[in-house]
Every structure is written in C-alpha cells, then in structure tokens.
Design a protein around this ligand. Structure first.
Ligand code: SAH
Ligand code: SF4
Ligand code: F3S
Length: 439
C-alpha cells in the first residue's frame, strides 16, 4: 500500500469557502489524500481564496511566493488556487506565479480529482467554468468522519443583486438554490455524525427558493423541514439581504424554537443617497422598519450587520447618517470595512474618497460598534442562556461554546461533553466572550 498523500488547505473569506474547503478535501480524499495542518509536509497545497477586497486578493500572491522554497525542496509538491480569486483572475494567476499547477473556480471543484490527476503528469490544470451539472451531487463523499457539533451547509449560491461595490455576482455567478431533498439528506447525514447545529449558507440565503415536492420552498419552509429532524437542536442562516426578508421568515423567528435568535442583516450605509448609489434597493428607513417587525416577532433577537465606509461620493453627512442608524439599531456585532475598489464593478469608476478620510471614518464607526457590542454583551450578565459546548477552553476543566445569540461562552469546571446543550447563568463579560456557570 502506498502512503496517503497529504493535503494542506488554507481558507480565506466567508463561511461558504469554509464549506467548500471541506467538500474539496472530500473530493481529493477519493484520490488518496488526507488532510494535514502543516504546509511543510504536504503533497498538495490548496489556497481557497477571497476576492472581496483588494487586500484579500493580494494576500494570495504573497502567500504563494512563500511556497517557492517548499517547491524547491519537493518538486512533486502541487500548488492549487481555488475560490473567488481563482474565478476572477484564473489565467493571470498562472502567469504571475508559475509555481501554480492548478486553478479551480468555486463552481468547478467537483472536477478537482481529474484536475489533480492531470497535474501529476506534469500538466497545468485550469477550470473556471460555470458548468451545468450540480457540483454538490458530483462530489464523492470521502469516508464519513465524525463531526464536531456545528456545521455549515450551503443551500444557495451566487447573487443577482449587483451592488455597485461587490464582486460576488461575478465570482460566484447567478443565484442558484439547491433542491430541498438534497439539503435535507445532507442535514440528516450531518446529524447522524454528531452535528447539533447547522448554519445554512448562501450569499443571499434568504432568497432561497429550492425545488421541493410541491413546488419551490422558501427559506422559512426549508427551516421548518429541518426542524423535523430529531437530534438537530439549532438552526441558523447567513447572509441575508434586507429585501428578501419574507414574512414567513420573520414569523419563523418568533415560532420555530430551533431557529436561533440571531440575524446577520447587512445594511452597508445609513444614507439613502449612498444606498441608492450602491444599488441596494432599500432605504435606511425601510431597513429600520424591517428591524422593528423582526423584533416584534422575536424581541430578544441579536442583530449583526456589515458596513462600508468611504464609498465613492460619501460625504461627512452621509457617514453621520450611518452612525445614526447604528445608534438606532443597537447591534450585537458588526463588521466594517473601508470601501475597496474592485476592478470591473460600477463603483470602481467613480470619484474615490481619500484614504485618510476612509481611515478616520472607519475608526469612528468601529469605536461606536465596539461600545455597542460591549453594552449588548454586558446586558447578558445574570441572564440564563443556553450554551452548545464545542470544545475545551484554554484553562484546565474549562469548556467553551456558543450561546443562542452566538456569544462565545466559557464555563470553568464544567462537567459537560462536547455537543451538550446546557443552561448557563452569565457571570462575567470579557472583551470577546462571556463567562458563566452551569445552572
Ligand atoms: N451577500 C452578503 C455579503 C457579501 S460580502 C450581503 O449582501 O450582505 C460581505 C461584506 O463585504 C459585504 O456585506 C460588504 O460589507 C463587504 N464588501 C463587499 N464588497 C466590498 C468592497 N468592494 N469594499 C469593502 N467592503 C466590501
Ligand atoms: Fe454582493 Fe450585494 Fe450580492 Fe451581497 S447582495 S453578494 S453585497 S452584490
Ligand atoms: Fe470572498 Fe468569495 Fe466569499 S469573494 S467573501 S470568498 S463569496
């Protein structure tokens, strides 16, 4: 028997890439690969990349440069680039970095086994098609490994919204929903392998409209189907667009006990002028009214959002409107970014905001968010929350997990197992986590 080949995967970007990396490891598992955490002893290195901001894309080239030495030591080492940079810059990657053997876009990774075989004969392999066949179905499942208690499950991919700043519609293609039965089969399989919490993923997950037995299912209908799976305790979904927050989904937040009280609902800006220029098709006010309806359905829901500062033409008054919106919502988490020019997107051609203005705004916005996050976290003290334990903490006897609101929680001297869900009273609030004790 030959020794298994070793695969090192490094994942950048969003959770969809995390899910894809798992699937790619399974696909290459069929080729005799096992995963390693160490690039130094790998036979294949795969970078699963992100193109969303310039820095993310540039990182790939600097990372690739670092593999030169490894390739010199081991000429059989194969280097592959997957994900959104692969999709956007496929051939350019091969040109800029000759040590790359393989480039595979996010819609083609079910073809990896055959591409890998080609690289073994000394060829280069590039595939950035948007093929007709369902990549999820084509993937061989490598021997089913036991799983941790939480898992991602991609249900929808791509985007038709074309926000003026964003590359996703170009790198991930048009919006496609997976059929419900395949998702449910995958979910049952995950639960059999020990998963207790599933996060449904999609670039616009709430636009889900996958085929079901009696016609297309909405995301809420899919959630209710998942709700029937014994052993599955928690359901989450991300990322949602405000315009696709359907009534049945809002209602499910109030009535489906397995659906966790957490919602990531990016708004990007609080200025109607900027929202319009971003092609977001919602206003600050329609967003705020939506939040109100969601909170009526589920008053304790924790909200998170994404913000872009320094979008072309953003004035100080526009930026102030974003701060005002943040004040009004009260986010439990928020992710904020300086606008990054992406070639090929409409906003790239417009007059840009100066870098130091962007930096200043980002700093101010983050100060407000940090303050808010901390206030939300501190308000949890003395409350009883439910924690899904995921792994031992850093200190002896300590266990860590996540609350229904997605706060990281540590419990000292916790006699619980990974995968247990227990009531915990919050006794402290740290920088990025809560501490508690079992009730
Ligand atoms: N589909 C999701 C988010 C996709 S990208 C949605 O519509 O909300 C994740 C986040 O990256 C976005 O919400 C946005 O805040 C940020 N982002 C996208 N393009 C960007 C750009 N060109 N510059 C800075 N941030 C960007
Ligand atoms: Fe990008 Fe907008 Fe689509 Fe989100 S909705 S992926 S920000 S184009
Ligand atoms: Fe990045 Fe592609 Fe995700 S650009 S954020 S990895 S969809």
């Amino acid at each position: 028997m030959t020794a298994p080949k070793k695969l090192f995967i490094k994942t950048y970007g969003c959770q969809m890439n995390v899910y894809d990396s798992e699937r790619m490891a399974e696909a290459l598992g069929g080729q005799g690969y096992i995963e390693t955490q160490n690039a130094d002893d790998a036979d294949m290195i795969l970078l699963n990349t992100c193109h969303i901001r310039e820095k993310a894309a540039e990182k790939v080239y600097s990372e690739l440069g670092r593999f030169k030495g490894l390739k010199a030591e081991n000429p059989d080492l194969k280097i592959g680039v997957a994900g959104c940079v692969a999709q956007a810059e496929g051939e350019e990657i091969m040109r800029r970095q000759p040590l790359v053997d393989l480039v595979v876009g996010p819609q083609s990774y079910h073809r990896l086994p055959e591409m890998e075989a080609r690289t073994r004969t000394g060829e280069k392999a590039l595939d950035t098609d948007f093929p007709e066949e369902d990549k999820f179905e084509k993937l061989k499942s490598w021997p089913k490994a036991a799983r941790g208690p939480t898992a991602f499950l991609t249900v929808q991919e791509g985007c038709d919204k074309f926000c003026a700043f964003c590359v996703v519609p170009y790198t991930r293609g048009a919006e496609v929903s997976r059929p419900a039965d395949r998702i449910l089969t995958e979910a049952r399989d995950l639960v059999e392998r020990g998963v207790r919490e599933i996060t449904l993923l999609g670039q616009n997950v709430n636009a889900y409209h996958g085929a079901g037995p009696g016609g297309d299912l909405t995301l809420a209908q899919l959630i209710w189907e998942l709700d029937k799976i014994d052993g599955l305790a928690r359901i989450r979904f991300t990322t949602s667009h405000p315009n696709d927050m359907a009534d049945d989904l809002i209602e499910a937040h109030g009535t489906c006990s397995k659906l966790m009280p957490y919602l990531h609902l990016p708004v990007q800006s609080g200025s109607d002028h900027i929202l319009k220029r971003m092609n977001r098709s919602h206003t600050a006010d329609s967003y705020l009214r939506l939040i109100e309806r969601i909170r009526t359905a589920r008053p304790d829901i924790l909200l998170s959002g994404d913000f872009i500062v320094g979008f072309p033409e953003e004035t100080e008054a526009d930026f102030q409107a974003t701060l005002d919106l943040i004040e009004e919502v009260g986010y439990g988490y928020a992710y904020s970014f300086k606008y990054s020019t992406r070639p090929g997107t409409p906003a790239a051609e417009r007059p840009q905001v100066e870098e130091d203005v962007k930096s200043d705004r980002l700093q101010r916005l983050q100060a407000l968010i940090t303050h808010q996050q901390r206030a939300v976290q501190d308000s949890m003290i003395d409350k009883e929350i439910s924690v899904l334990f995921e792994k031992p903490g850093r200190q002896e006897g300590q266990m860590g997990g996540k609350s229904e609101y997605l706060h990281a929680v540590h419990v000292a001297n916790a006699k619980v197992n990974v995968g247990d869900i227990r009531k915990v009273r919050v006794i402290g609030s740290g920088t990025n986590s809560l501490s508690g004790k079992l009730v």
